[in-house]
Design a protein around this ligand. Structure first.
Ligand SMILES: Nc1ncnc2c1ncn2[C@@H]1O[C@H](COP(=O)(O)OP(=O)(O)OP(=O)(O)O)[C@@H](O)[C@H]1O
Ligand SMILES: [Mg+2]
Length: 261
């Protein structure tokens, strides 16, 4: 059975897409069959993996319009164990279209039913707002991974997300869990990083993951070349950090599976 993890937090530019792409790639490097789904109509994951509109044969937009099956929207990637589903091939009107589809909160959950058995992990890259597709993603998910860039506003966003998470559990998905809070763009010698880490430990210590992702330009650079970092600079600190994150999540997942037997 697959574990569906939404990378979600109501704050832009904190590393959601970078984390979704590099975590999914690292799980694939660890030979876990993984599907990355982009539910952000902006299509950041597609850009980061080099899926320009001419390379997209079908997307979630067509799946939701019932013109294609979800299988038709699955694309192979350069990594053997990683597949990808883009949000939309067409950028014009996509926001409106997606907004309309997401009024149906079960739309993604239903679309995924037929493919769950083929993947060990399904990673969903969410937009920066909690309305719309993020809600549909959280209804379809087993857990939320919360990437956080050091800084005051990011900490506020975690509080808002946890409030929203409690609401989703109450009204739509009682089994939803928090996979963890991941510090991204972390700078060892920065005061802001240290203060943010201390605050997170104090307020949400039970969720804070042991892995943090360093602030490194290579992650930005790799996405310019449409590659996850493990295919661009495998021996870099950033690549190792995302491999460690994959390992931490695999270990947690194995432990959880044993507990439920
Ligand atoms: N660890 C990191 N170190 C340095 N730069 C990073 C790191 N993670 C992400 N970035 C850069 O920060 C910018 C924002 O990252 P990203 O697109 O992943 O954020 P996002 O949360 O998905 O944003 P949005 O809400 O707009 O979708 C990008 O330019 C990305 O390359
Ligand atoms: Mg993004």
């Amino acid at each position: 059975m697959s574990r569906i993890i939404s990378v979600c937090v109501p704050k832009g530019g904190v590393g959601k897409t970078t984390t979704a792409v590099n975590l999914a790639s690292s799980l694939a490097v660890a030979e876990r069959k993984t599907l990355l789904i982009d539910v952000d109509p902006f299509g950041g994951s597609a850009i980061a993996l080099g899926f320009t509109s001419d390379k997209i044969k079908a997307s979630l937009a067509e799946v939701f319009s019932f013109t294609h099956s979800v299988g038709a929207a699955i694309h192979r990637t350069d990594l053997k164990y990683l597949d990808f589903v883009p949000s939309t091939a067409d950028t014009s009107n996509s926001q409106d279209k997606f907004h309309k589809f997401s009024e149906n909160r079960l739309i993604l959950k239903n679309a995924l039913q037929g493919i769950l058995e083929f993947y060990e992990f399904i990673i969903i890259d969410c937009p920066p707002s909690l309305r719309g597709m993020s809600t549909a993603a959280l209804v379809a998910s087993d857990s939320i991974l919360i990437p956080i860039k050091p800084g005051h506003f990011s900490l506020d966003a975690v509080d808002r997300l946890i409030e929203f998470y409690n609401w989703i559990r109450e009204v739509a998905n009682p089994d939803l869990r928090i996979e963890g809070i991941l510090m991204t763009m972390y700078e060892k010698d920065s005061r802001v990083s240290k203060i943010s880490e201390r605050e997170l430990k104090m307020k949400h210590g039970q969720y804070l993951l042991s892995t943090s992702i360093p602030n490194t330009n290579l992650l930005n650079e790799a996405s310019f070349y449409s590659k996850p970092l493990c295919l661009y600079r495998v021996n870099s600190e950033g690549c190792m950090a995302y491999l460690n994150l994959a390992e931490e999540i695999i270990t947690k997942n194995n432990k959880r599976a044993k507990e439920t037997v």
